[in-house]
Design a protein around this ligand. Structure first.
Ligand SMILES: O=C(O)C1=C[C@@H](OP(=O)(O)O)[C@@H](O)[C@H](O)C1
Ligand SMILES: C=C(OP(=O)(O)O)C(=O)O
Length: 468
């Protein structure tokens, strides 16, 4: 589906969609439990893949609508969904069919480790994009634990054949391909006999996503932790200081989870927080296109372990007038003239498309560093953003692990761009399109369904001209 975005001015309030990362984990954690309710889930193409997987492993997942009080600043009662999950209680069954994980890397990685607990073989596959992404280190780890884990083409990519049951133990793996391997083993390790210890051979990329896993495990009553990890975050994610400038990676070290544990959330329920990767597009849209006399406000933005809340500090460094009321969970952004900055996305790969789009509108050079792992996503997002923003008139240059965008709002023309079948490329290009000189047509708009199904409706409600 082609979507045409015209230069627009925005104002008003939007509510962040629920977090994709927390929703995936909550569905699977509820699957590992005897049963639980997951409130405010993100219901999207990717999270539906995890729901299907939990069903196939012997649980059941049902979507119900309820009227619930939410934590917005107005604290209103609104219609919301919840998932009623009947779990497989730590003992996954062997699925009756091949598991199709669609476009979702998180599903494939988390479910591979779950499948290694079953007494038999599971076959996992996905769409063309997912079948080109790397899973080798996770497959090797499962084999180190005496499970079976093979890539049918012997290239570390899906289709995968995985079997067990593994009973736990110690593994070592690189941390610079995907943090999801660590998250997957921690979630499965809790219900093994011996537990699992994961020693990282390299620095861990995307480390805050493992913090999300640890936070969620804690809420499900599962103890897990980390040792000897250096460089905890960079202070820009709002948990440890506003607009902090220090940039630091996270070192090797060890993650561990004891075995023989039970998944049991307090009162049998879990509430999913808002998604900061999705929030980044709404804030980006506000910073480049808010009405001069009005701001864009985004609700549902409470602090959590999400590294992507760093977008608030990045926008501040670029010169945006942005304010985060953490108690109310509301971020307000006004249209601002932006300047280029350097941003390390080692911890926050999903922000790269948003920051690149902002860089195309900002004056001067935006340099995104430490981004090689962003090439292993739904598409190679470093090249995709370099090539698509260039079509709109930005000057771009990439190396293996950097992307430089030299922009200027007045030079940004509209045009025809390709979303590359990748939800984040589509949404980031939409942000740049709002500030261009003429209309922009983005091919593949339907892919927002992966993480933010209402994205175009929300942009429209904020005042954007969106033609589909
Ligand atoms: O665990 C998660 O929920 C995710 C981890 C990150 O991937 P990597 O750890 O592969 O970088 C991120 O890019 C992805 O969108 C979601
Ligand atoms: C990379 C992403 O997700 P996944 O790894 O689950 O496909 C994403 O949402 O940007």
């Amino acid at each position: 589906m082609d979507v045409e975005i015209e230069p627009s001015t925005l104002s008003g309030r939007a509510r962040a969609p629920s977090s994709k990362s927390y929703t995936h984990r909550a569905i699977l954690a509820a699957g590992y439990s005897g049963g639980a309710l997951v409130y405010d889930p993100l219901v999207s193409a990717d999270t539906k893949a995890t729901m299907r997987a939990v069903d196939a492993l012997g649980g059941t997942v049902e979507l119900r609508s309820t009227s619930s009080r939410t934590q917005s600043d107005e604290d209103v009662t609104r219609e919301s969904d919840h998932l009623d999950v009947d779990g497989f209680d730590g003992r996954p069954e062997v699925p009756g069919d091949v598991l199709d994980c669609g476009n979702s890397g998180t599903t494939m990685r988390l479910v591979t480790a779950a499948a290694a607990l079953a007494d038999g073989l599971t076959v996992l596959t996905g769409d063309g994009s997912l079948r080109s992404r790397p899973h080798g280190p996770l497959l090797e780890a499962v084999e180190e634990l005496d499970g079976r884990a093979e890539s049918t083409r012997d290239n570390g990519q899906a289709p995968l054949v995985v079997g067990g049951p593994v009973s736990g133990g110690s593994v070592s793996m690189p941390g610079d391909v995907s943090s999801q391997f660590v998250s997957a083993l921690l979630m499965a390790g809790a219900v093994t006999d011996e537990g699992i210890e994961i020693e990282l051979e390299t620095e861990l990329k995307s480390a805050p996503y493992v913090d999300i896993t640890l936070e969620l495990l804690d809420e499900f009553g599962v103890e897990a932790g980390k040792e000897n990890l250096s460089g905890e975050g960079d202070g820009e994610n709002g948990k440890s200081g506003e607009n902090a400038e220090a940039e630091a990676g996270s070192g090797g070290g060890t993650y561990y989870v004891e075995g023989g544990q039970f998944y049991e959330p307090e009162d049998g329920e879990y509430h999913v927080p808002g998604d900061f990767s999705s929030i980044s597009y709404l804030l980006g849209a506000g910073a480049v296109a808010a009405d001069e006399d009005a701001a864009v406000r985004v609700g549902g933005a409470y602090p959590s372990a999400q590294g992507d809340s760093k977008i608030v500090g990045v926008l501040g460094r670029m010169g945006a007038d942005v304010d985060w009321n953490r108690d109310d969970g509301v971020i307000t952004v006004e249209r601002s003239s932006l300047s280029g900055v350097e941003v390390d996305v080692g911890d926050t790969p999903d922000l790269l498309p948003t920051i690149a789009a902002l860089g195309a509108v900002a004056d001067g050079e935006t340099r995104i560093v430490n981004c090689e792992h962003v090439r292993y996503k739904e598409t190679d997002r470093v090249s995709a953003m370099a090539e698509e923003l260039a079509k709109l008139g930005a000057e771009t240059e990439e190396t293996e692990d950097t992307l430089t965008v030299v922009g200027d709002e007045s030079d940004l023309t509209g045009g025809e761009v390709d979303g590359r079948g990748d939800h984040r490329i589509v949404m980031a290009l939409s942000v740049a399109a709002l500030a261009a000189d003429g209309p922009t047509t983005i091919a593949g708009g339907e892919h927002v369904d992966v993480s933010f199904p209402d994205f175009f409706e929300m942009l429209y409600e904020l005042g954007a001209t969106v033609n589909r």
